[in-house]
Ligand binder design. Structure first.
Ligand code: AMP
Length: 427
């Protein structure tokens, strides 16, 4: 039996779980302040939910989806991203009508059949927000604000925020005509995928990372010249808000992001500390036509997604420590024999009722081995329980990092354990 996990997937455990929880908790704290509520949707949907929304010519739909028929022959797809599923859920559950604007966030695993490399996996986790029902540029600025604040709070220093406006369907049409005019004489320099994109969906050429194609794009027309007055005004207002909020940004005319449903203001945040190709931490943008394209009313919306796995990798690479405030004292009971083990459950019961993080040894090993194990597993206190301790009720409690020792009268003064821990809690 092959015991390796499928290519492009990982097991998450140990230190990575601490990072992951830290990232998710930081997001939850921010999103509560910004008034976003959580939504959980299925990890798979009917294929159409994605193919019709993300776009048939995108890399995701044309190459990267995990699609399979179920036993009744219905075509299903493991979700490659969060937005399409959430729009489907909003429509199915009629969450619009009087409830707009809706502010939602999600945390979920996504699946894309990509060539795996560091920071690029076939199953990965994203957290994202969707703000449904307002075309106010302040909402675009708010999404960018949250994205920026989130990475600042995590401890990232050199962040670059790229923004662009890819216009509404009307003004983009004009741009695409000019863009095609520009590309036509350069067509042979493009890769075979981009030659296909030239015919079917030229905007997707901007997604290509091949050097020849990015060279061709260097002289391409600038979409900002083709924006209609409304898109132009909208973008100006988003940028004005960002200035008021003191958020630094850079306009990147070649930023288009890989989904067809984007319109208007789009954005991406990258960590400039790393040269790596996988330094994009998250991004998003407006999708004003998606809800009506999926059969709903004409409801504008915007949102973003952040890669949790990639954030963990970059935090570790940049030596960004988790803030210690989350760390509580942990107590490990070391029982010397079987009878002491049973007696120790009483102490565990007391400590757990007091919400102290604690555990005990279930196998009997030498005291030295147990202390080493406790230290390696992040415990800072041990309590030894043996025959004498059970008889007298006098427990020995040790701070294994500070090499301090305390006597506790378990029968008459058990609160002393909590006092010792309280005084020593790590801040
Ligand atoms: P996207 O949904 O493509 O806009 O991506 C948003 C974020 O999700 C990216 O900036 C990455 O941090 C993360 N991400 C996207 N694709 C992958 C992947 N294959 N593996 C790991 N993280 C990913």
């Amino acid at each position: 039996m092959d015991l390796s996990s499928p290519r492009g997937t990982i097991d998450i455990y140990g230190e990575d779980i601490d990072y992951r929880n830290y990232i998710i908790n930081t997001a939850r704290e921010i999103l509560e302040i910004f008034n976003y509520a959580e939504i959980i949707t299925p990890a798979f949907e009917y294929t159409q939910v994605f193919s019709r929304s993300i776009g048939e010519n995108t890399d995701i739909v044309s190459k990267q989806m995990y699609t399979f028929p179920d036993k009744k022959g219905r075509l299903l797809t493991l979700r490659p991203e969060g937005t399409a599923s959430i729009v489907r859920a909003i429509l199915e559950n009629k969450m619009y009508s009087e409830k707009l604007p809706l502010k939602l966030f999600y945390i979920g695993n996504m699946f894309r059949y990509e060539k795996p490399q560091k920071g690029r996996m076939r199953e990965f986790w994203q957290l994202g927000i969707e703000s449904i029902g307002s075309d106010n540029p302040i909402i675009d600025a708010e999404a960018i604000w949250i994205l920026n604040l989130f990475f600042e709070k995590l401890g990232f220093k050199k962040l670059a925020l790229k923004v662009n406006n890819i216009g509404c369907r009307k003004c983009r049409k004009k741009f695409l005509e000019e863009f095609k005019k520009y590309l036509r004489p350069e067509k042979n320099k493009l890769c075979s995928d981009c030659r296909k994109r030239f015919k079917e969906n030229p905007l997707r050429i901007f997604d290509c990372k091949k050097i020849d194609c990015t060279e061709v794009l260097k002289g391409s027309p600038d979409i900002s010249y083709y924006l209609c007055s409304e898109c132009k005004k909208n973008f100006e207002e988003v940028l004005k808000c960002l200035k008021i909020l003191d958020i630094k940004y850079r306009i990147d005319k070649n930023l288009v992001r890989g989904f067809d449903y984007y319109t208007g203001t789009i954005f991406e945040i990258i960590s400039e500390d790393l040269e790596s190709a996988q330094n994009a931490l998250g991004g998003g943008g407006r999708y004003d036509n998606l809800i009506s394209d999926m059969g709903g009313a004409d409801i504008p919306a915007t949102g973003f997604a952040v890669g949790i796995d990639r954030t963990i990798i970059l935090m570790k690479q940049l030596n960004i420590d988790l803030k210690k405030s989350d760390k509580k004292s942990k107590v490990y009971l070391i029982a010397m024999d079987k009878i002491s083990q049973i007696y120790s459950t009483l102490i565990l019961k007391y400590l757990r009722e007091k919400e102290v993080v604690c555990d005990m040894n279930f196998n009997i090993r030498s005291l030295k081995k147990e202390i080493t194990w406790a230290r390696d597993n992040g415990y800072n206190f041990i309590i030894i329980v043996g025959e004498d301790e059970m008889k007298t009720g006098n427990l020995t409690m040790k701070d294994i990092n500070k090499f301090k020792q305390y006597k506790v009268d378990w029968k008459n003064d058990k609160e002393k354990i909590i006092e010792i821990i309280g005084a020593q809690n790590i801040d």
